[in-house]
Design a protein around this ligand. Structure first.
Ligand code: 13P
Length: 251
């Protein structure tokens, strides 16, 4: 089954207002006319509105880098789905390994964020991935299965259609060490097979599974040629307009 490719840039904790507007304008320019793929940017919260403004006339989508499960209230430091929507976002990254590792977000919190995003109409981009230690211990599939089962607990089958999954091996993030295309394809296939067991085959076949971890202009084409890799979630290379534009325009 052919799925529509999604190329996403996660800006993490980078960009001032000025940097963000400049970068977004470049992305809008180089993605214009690409009708066979989706392009998405996940800027920091502080620039969501400005980026949305710059992207107004483009097809580029906007995501927040995380999201709370409540509509509003006393949740210092958080952002609600309604706030993301009102700033021009339509999606939210959830369960990024940096949230899991640095900020100790557990399965329960991540699951709440996931369900909250869906409840208020945001598309969740759900990140999973094993550490180097877990891979070396032969636990990759076990860890990914746990992350998927716990993170997606209670998700309605019809909502799964809207969901995007991102496989980001922790050892490949920001390290310059990409998973080989074979390693990535093997895991993506595993994820799809598991989703078919957890939900149903038609859903698993329609869910887009992105690869993330040192995606660069020189490896994107090979990764995107794999049958179960439907897109990329890009960190470092998304901060450089020329590199990200090349990635968006993968062949
Ligand atoms: P890098 O592309 O810098 O490895 O980051 C990947 C990532 O974490 C995207 O969410």
């Amino acid at each position: 089954m052919k799925r529509r490719p999604l190329l996403a840039g996660n800006w993490k904790m980078h960009t001032t207002v000025e940097d963000a507007c400049h970068l977004a304008a470049e992305v809008a320019k180089c993605s214009a006319g690409l009708s066979d793929r989706d392009v998405l940017l996940a800027p920091p919260y502080t620039v969501l509105t400005e980026v949305a403004h710059v992207l107004q006339k483009s097809e580029v989508l906007i995501a927040s880098q995380s999201v709370c499960w409540e509509e509003e209230g006393a949740f210092t430091g958080e952002i609600s789905p309604a706030m993301v929507l009102s700033a021009g976002g339509t999606a939210a990254i959830i369960g990024h390994s940096e949230r899991r590792q640095i900020f100790h977000e557990d399965h329960e919190i991540i699951n709440k964020r996931f369900l909250g995003a869906l409840k208020f109409g945001l598309i969740p981009i759900f990140c999973i991935g094993e550490t180097l230690e877990e891979r070396e211990m032969g636990k990759t599939f076990e860890i990914l299965e746990e992350q998927l089962r716990e993170g997606l607990a209670g998700v309605d089958i019809k909502d799964m259609k809207k969901t995007v999954v991102a496989y980001e091996p922790v050892w490949a993030i920001g390290t310059g060490k990409t998973a080989t295309k074979e390693q990535a394809q093997e895991v993506h296939k595993f994820i799809r097979t598991l989703l078919a067991k957890m939900f149903e085959k038609a859903i698993a076949d329609s869910v887009r599974i992105l690869y993330g971890g040192s995606v660069k202009p020189d490896n994107v084409d090979a990764l995107m040629a794999q049958p179960d890799i439907d897109g990329a979630l890009v960190g470092g290379a998304a901060l450089d307009a020329e590199s990200f534009c090349r990635i968006i325009n993968f062949i």
